[in-house]
Design a protein around this ligand. Structure first.
Ligand code: TA6
Length: 297
C-alpha cells in the first residue's frame, strides 16, 4: 500500500570494502543508522543514537539519527516562517527516492528529493526543490542538502535556515567538543528571553555537556572533534557557518515524550547549520550545505 511504501526504510547499502552501512527513512530523509569502524577499530558499530521510544512510522519526527532541519531552526522567527513548525517541514515530510549517485569501492551515494506538497505550500508558499545526498564510505558518512529556487525570474526570493541535527552516539558525561574556545554563542538554557539572547564567549578548550546544554555557536569554524575516552568522531561542515551543541540531561530529557529513560546519557547533538541569520535565495539560484562525519577512533 502507499503507506507502507512511504514508510519503508531504504538501506543505503552495505559498503563493499568494510561492511559499513547506513539506513535512511524516507520520512524526513532521516538517517536512522550509520554503522562504521575506524582504522584502529575496524568492526563496524552504530555511530548514531535513536531513542527506543522514537516514532519510525512517520507519525512524528524521529527522536534521533540525523533529522534534516529546513527552512527554519527551532521556533520560527522570520516573518515569512510564521506558519512553520519547530525545525521546519523537511524532517516531517516523506521524501522521494531520486537516484543512486554512486556505487563503487569508494562508496555508496543516494539522492532523495522533496518538492512542495499541499501541506508544505500551506505553510511555506515558495517554488523550491530540495535534494539530499547521503554518501557512505568506509569510515565516513556525508550528507549534503541542495536547495533550488525553481521559480521564474518574476517570483520573490525566499529566506531559510538549514541544519543537520546529528544525534552522535557517545557517553554524554565523558564527551568533549572542540575547538570552540573563543567562539560566540547564545545559551538557550537561560531562564529569560533576554538572557537567552545575550551573547557569551566560549572559554573552554573542550566543551562538555555534563549539565543541560543548548548552545548555538556562530561562525564556529566548520570542523569539530567529538571525543570521549574510547572514541572520536570528526564533523566537517561546508557552507554551514554555525554549530549547535545540545544535550538535555535529565533536567530537560525527562520531559521529552519520546526520549527513552536515560537516553540523554547516550548521545550528544553536534549540529552544523546556517542558523544565525538567514540564507536568501533568488529565483533560479541554488544553495548547498554539506557535512562529513568521520570515525577517527
Ligand atoms: O538543536 C537543539 C534544539 O533546538 C533544542 O532546543 C531542542 O528543542 C532540540 O533541538 C530538539 O528539538 P525537537 O523539536 O526535536 O524536540
Amino acid at each position: 500500500t502507499m503507506t507502507s511504501w512511504l514508510w519503508e526504510r531504504m538501506p543505503v547499502g552495505e559498503h563493499k570494502a568494510a561492511g559499513a552501512s547506513a539506513e535512511i527513512l524516507y520520512y524526513g530523509a532521516t538517517v536512522i543508522s550509520w554503522k562504521a569502524g575506524s582504522s584502529t577499530n575496524p568492526q563496524p558499530t552504530e555511530r548514531l543514537f535513536v531513542s527506543g521510544k522514537a516514532a519510525l512510522d512517520g507519525s512524528k519526527p524521529v527522536r534521533g539519527g540525523i533529522p534534516v532541519v529546513f527552512p527554519a531552526f527551532g521556533a520560527p522567527t522570520h516573518p515569512d516562517h510564521a506558519k512553520l513548525s519547530q525545525h521546519g517541514f523537511a524532517r516531517n515530510n516523506v521524501w522521494a527516492f531520486g537516484a543512486t549517485v554512486m556505487d563503487n569501492e569508494a562508496g555508496v551515494s543516494v539522492k532523495l528529493t522533496l518538492a512542495p506538497n499541499d501541506a508544505i505550500k500551506a505553510q511555506f508558499d515558495h517554488p523550491f526543490e530540495l535534494e539530499y545526498v547521503v554518501t557512505l564510505a568506509e569510515h565516513q558518512l556525508t550528507t549534503g542538502l541542495h536547495v533550488k529556487h525553481t521559480g521564474l525570474s518574476t517570483t520573490a526570493p525566499f529566506e531559510f535556515q538549514a541544519l543537520f541535527h546529528n544525534y552522535i552516539r557517545a557517553p554524554a558525561n565523558d564527551v568533549r567538543i572542540s575547538p570552540l574556545a573563543g567562539v560566540s554563542y547564545y545559551d538557550k538554557t537561560e531562564a529569560t528571553e533576554e538572557a537567552r539572547a545575550a551573547p557569551k564567549l566560549e572559554a573552554r578548550a573542550g566543551v562538555d555537556v555534563n549539565k543541560f546544554t543548548d548552545s548555538v555557536y556562530e561562525d564556529a569554524g566548520g570542523r569539530y572533534d567529538v571525543v570521549w575516552p574510547s572514541g572520536a568522531i570528526e564533523v566537517r561542515a561546508t557552507n554551514l557557518k554555525d554549530v549547535v551543541v545540545w544535550n538535555p540531561q535529565q533536567e530537560a530529557g525527562s520531559k521529552i515524550g519520546d526520549m527513552e529513560a536515560g537516553g540523554w546519557e547516550k548521545y550528544v547533538c553536534v549540529e552544523p547549520g546556517y542558523v544565525r541569520g538567514f540564507v536568501k535565495i533568488e529565483p533560479g539560484q541554488a544553495w548547498s550545505g554539506q557535512q562529513v562525519l568521520s570515525v577517527k577512533v
